[in-house]
Design a protein around this ligand. Structure first.
Ligand code: NAD
Length: 355
């Protein structure tokens, strides 16, 4: 199976490790890459996407260039008939999603990397909600980390809030999408991508009859990724669920579901995903391994994925929602985080800090 990774930076390298690990697990995988830079890896480097499609003939292409380059790379894939895995968001906030849709019209399959769908906590909660026919009444999220002075370009908080929005829709949406009714934000020079990049957003919206609120930020002092849900059960009880992702380390996630009874709290489910052993860098790709194994199985012999892929339709509807967030966010004058003589970048080797 030939896999082409376009953009071998932080996210692309995670995919390279996941495909390498899948190979050690028995799948026959050959990975080549396209990047503006030649990276310190053994894999074949190709100069352009066009040359790679012609010479390497991949069955799977991973698009893991920076947000503002997705549209250009998807254009270069126009007419490609293999499987595409694309990093979130689908395209930049000022690109044309319709053009990306046209470029991908002939692919055999598509998966947006909404990695938290592959968390055991998400899978268990979604399964519980379906099995018990729970109806979402209220959801609230807090989803942030510190990317101030990170060297990687970004379209900003829209690239972060997408995880939380998708989780709420995926777990409680019953196929519907969130309608945003209000957005506040803040802008700053936190990123190399500009002096007024949206760094945080506060949202309110509806999902069917449920109300959704949340805050997401790339200038949060600590990594904090939590989504809370309140459901109504068919028996007329309130059922609470709290998820906490990537705490205290990447890929360590927690789910707690409980019911409040007159006599006190009744815990219905309480789980923590295993912290895992082995190389520190591999410990952080357990969710990505599931995604990669799903794609490999599907492309190799049509094996059904462990859960439906976040498909192009989902990617497009999330994209339109994010563009609305970017457009409508009411923000004060941008904050200045470059307070010294110049920008001091984060240490790129710190895998616990990156993400
Ligand atoms: N799913 C997740 O949880 C998650 C986590 C981190 C990053 N991401 C996403 O992954 C993407 C990449 O982010 P990153 O953190 O790896 O950034 P990065 O800067 O570390 O890597 C991007 C790579 O793409 C290369 N590149 C840029 N433009 C290119 C082009 N036109 N052609 C070929 N190569 C090009 C760069 O040289 C670099 O090696 C972004 O869209 C980001 O939002 C997703």
């Amino acid at each position: 199976m030939k896999v082409l990774i376009v953009g071998l930076g932080y996210a692309g390298t995670r995919f390279l490790k996941a495909f390498d690990k899948a190979q050690r697990g028995g799948s026959r995988v050959e990975v080549a890459y396209v990047d503006l830079l030649q990276r310190q890896v053994q894999n074949q480097h190709l100069a352009t996407v066009g040359a790679a499609l012609e010479q390497f003939r991949p069955a799977i292409v991973v698009v893991s260039v920076n947000d503002d380059q997705h549209a250009r790379v998807l254009d270069e894939l126009h007419g490609f008939r293999g499987f595409v895995i694309c990093e979130k968001p689908l395209v930049g906030m000022h690109d044309d999603p319709g053009r990306a849709e046209a470029a991908l019209s002939r692919v055999s399959g598509f998966c947006l990397n909404l990695i938290e769908r592959y968390s055991e906590a998400t899978v268990r909660l979604k399964g519980y909600v379906q099995a018990c026919d729970l109806r979402l009444i209220r959801a609230n999220f807090y989803w942030g980390k510190d990317r101030i002075n990170d060297s990687r370009p970004t379209c900003g908080a829209t690239s972060e809030v997408i995880h939380a929005i998708d989780l709420v829709q995926h777990i409680g949406g019953r196929g519907r999408g969130i309608e945003i009714t209000g957005v506040l934000g803040s802008r700053s020079d936190f990123s190399v991508s500009g002096d007024g990049v949206l760094d945080s957003v506060s949202l309110v919206g509806t999902l069917g009859d449920a109300v959704v609120t949340g805050y997401s930020s790339f200038v949060n002092a600590t990594r904090k990724r939590e989504v809370d849900f309140i459901f109504a059960s068919p028996e007329g009880n309130l059922v609470y669920a709290a998820t906490v992702y990537d705490t205290p380390a990447w890929d360590v996630d927690r789910l707690r579901i409980w019911k409040r009874m007159p006599a006190g709290e009744q815990v219905l489910l309480d789980m923590l995903t295993a912290s895992g052993d082995g190389e520190p860098e591999l410990r952080t790709i357990r969710k990505l391994m599931r995604l990669v194994e799903d794609v490999l199985g599907h492309v190799e012999d049509g094996t059904s994925p462990s859960q439906p892929f976040p498909d192009l339709r989902t990617a497009l509807s999330l994209q339109r929602l994010l563009m609305r967030v970017e457009r409508d966010a009411v923000a004060p004058a941008p904050v200045r985080y470059v307070v010294g003589d110049g920008r001091e970048f984060l240490n790129e080797g710190d895998w616990e800090r990156l993400g």
